[in-house]
Design a binder for this molecule. Sequence first.
Ligand code: FES
Length: 112
Amino acid sequence: MSRVLCTLKDLDVTGAKEIVLERDGGRFPVFVVRFADQIMGYVNSCPHARLPLNWREDAFFDVTGTFLFCTSHGAQFDPVTGNCIRGPCKGQRLIPFAIRIDGETIISEQDA
Ligand code: FES
């Protein structure tokens, strides 16, 4: 079932927005990220130890603003592909979360 996740404006400050959905009565955190004029969605779970990537609200990029960063053990991810390019889960990737853009709104294309 599609639902509104956030707006494009929500990505202006950090380039990303976390949204906590509900699945089977529990939390299912996903995030939307903008990089190089592309918008991608991922499940907020690092392939290394399945911890959330961010340590504070909507902070997913490293200091260079080039890679997504897992704050627990330092894995870095290509924001467009979700591939881990450095760190303990190198060669693995973030789980994509299907989204679509409708005007200024970002909408989920899959169930949580
Ligand atoms: S949980 Fe992400 S690098 Fe360890």
